[in-house]
Ligand binder design. Structure first.
Ligand code: GTP
Ligand code: MG
Length: 198
């Protein structure tokens, strides 16, 4: 399989409301998931940039919708994380509003990847998000991040736990991933290529 090459990724736009989104002229793939799960790190890994997407060990780093233009071919859309208990409810509601408005209104949204933590599996909010993703007719790809943090002896067990909790019918929907070791980076790039071609 020929590997997708990314030559010139850029942060095209930062937005919180529809009037601020870039033109809907490119297909978009968005990353949804809990705060601190690794959405921004996932983007950096795919595009081979250490810091283009801002990351932090503190949850709640991404508070806006950040549109990354990938070679004028498509966009990766970094969403704020949900479920971060240490910010006020008002603040959480505000971020949830940004996320919901984007998911509900973006006509060029081609797919949404759910990112969950490989160590812990899906949270209650992840299950709600995943239902939404399936109901919306997206492919249902789940990225299980921080794969490097799970011992080999635990990997099978965690995979099984995640399959069951998300009731996945097709095992290829679940992709263990590591921004640290870059595990499955090429597989994800190939998936994206397939999605863009479909
Ligand atoms: P918010 O913007 O707060 O929603 O978080 P996020 O989902 O964008 O997470 P971010 O990419 O900022 O990563 C959070 C922390 O997890 C950072 O300290 C990252 O270095 C770390 N991290 C992300 N992915 C991995 C991974 O695959 N392996 C390891 N070991 N650490 C990771
Ligand atoms: Mg982030």
């Amino acid at each position: 399989m020929i590997k997708m090459k990314i030559n010139n990724p850029s942060l095209e736009k930062i937005a919180v409301k529809k009037s601020q989104y870039p033109q809907a002229n490119l297909p978009e793939i968005a990353l949804a998931g809990r705060s601190n799960v690794g959405k921004s790190s996932f983007i950096n890994t795919l595009i081979n940039r250490k810091k283009l997407a801002r990351t932090s060990s503190q949850p709640g780093k991404t508070r806006t919708i950040n549109f990354y233009n990938i070679d004028d071919k498509f966009r990766l859309v970094d969403l704020p994380g949900y479920g971060y208990a240490k910010v006020s409810k008002a603040e959480r509601d505000k971020w949830a509003g940004y996320i919901n408005d984007y998911l509900d209104q973006r006509e060029n949204l081609l797919d949404v990847f759910l990112i969950i933590d490989f160590r812990h599996g899906p949270s209650e909010l992840d299950l709600v998000m995943y239902d939404y993703i399936l109901e919306s007719g997206f492919s249902g790809i789940v990225i299980a991040s921080k794969f490097d943090k799970v011992k080999k002896s635990q990997q099978e067990k965690n995979l099984k736990m995640i399959y069951e909790k998300l009731q996945l019918k097709d095992k290829s929907l679940l992709i263990p991933f590591s921004a640290e070791s870059k595990h499955n980076k090429d597989l994800v790039l190939n998936k994206i290529e397939e999605i863009l071609k479909a």
